[in-house]
Design a protein around this ligand. Sequence first.
Ligand SMILES: [Zn+2]
Length: 259
Amino acid sequence: MRRPACILAALLAILLAGAAVRAQAPQTISPDRANAQTTDGGFRRAYQNPYLDHALGGYAQTSCKAAIPIAVARTQRIFPWFDEERAPQFSFHANAALDTPASPWAGGYYLRDRHIVYVQHVPVLLDQGRLLQTMQHECVHAALALAGSARLPLWLEEGCALYFSGQEILRAPEGSRTARTLAELEANIQTLSAQNDQAAWEEVRASHAQARRIVSLLAGRLGAMHCVNFLRVLKNGTPFAQALASYYALEVRELYAWL
Ligand SMILES: [Zn+2]
């Protein structure tokens, strides 16, 4: 954060205004997007030069630009290797992002192979007071992608993005499926995230809540930094059960009680 604190505070107030989130579509990204292979050989300082859709008004453009260093700095506090140099490019859109499959939901997604964060329906996000959190959520995905090329389970990837960006999850509808095992949780998130309909997006909140809960309990157990180190070894290819045993002295089955 390099801008004067007073401006930051004012912008934060704007960005966080109306935090009573409503009609939130879950911030899911497909497993393919989450785990696509990195192909670029170097990182641009592209975060300083975001793409801003011409259809965005001046207020929205200013808010987007101001939110970038805040989202990056907050993410760096948790993932120290994620800095301005290695931050992704941001691409802000008034409606659905142009060069991606049209998506009606307001939110963001991270494309690992291009190291870019798309934020779509920016005016809706501003209205709902969740532009900054959306960007932080996607920065967590980007930070995890930078940590190594191994795939995290989808539940863990999303649970981390939700927990470390401090995101609220809206209530899932009555009767939404919940998992009793991690394999079941993984399958539920995968199935529901792949469906492009509102009902599935609302139902997946229950799974996201379960995923975030496990991450929050892991992070609460021995601290966030310990959890981040655990994530790093996973991203470097250590099998989940092995990393869980060495970092937490836990067996996978013991996590089922946290669901
Ligand atoms: Zn996500």
